[in-house]
Design a protein. Sequence first.
Length: 107
Amino acid sequence: PPPRPKPAPTAPALAGTWSGSSGTGPMTLEITHQSGRELTANAKVPGGRLALSGSVDAGGTSVRLAEVGGAATFSGTLDTAGAKPRLQGTWRRDADGQPYQWLVVQK
């Protein structure tokens, strides 16, 4: 018989509350909905709350989020090697803005 195709990798379960630092102060990331690789989230950072949408890559290791109706962007990597999964990377309030380091751990 012909070899069976390998199943497509499934995206890691990211929904829930993540907390840590935004590079400008405390940060809470609430991933409110996940459908496959697509994500909907809210980020609470100093200066306000951001509604975000984005995705996790096919390999389940990179995340990109963009502000809905705004200019903030988050990009980062997922690390599941520790006791709790963590996301970390850089974010900007707008396209020309200074990049900040962010790191959050899943609660």
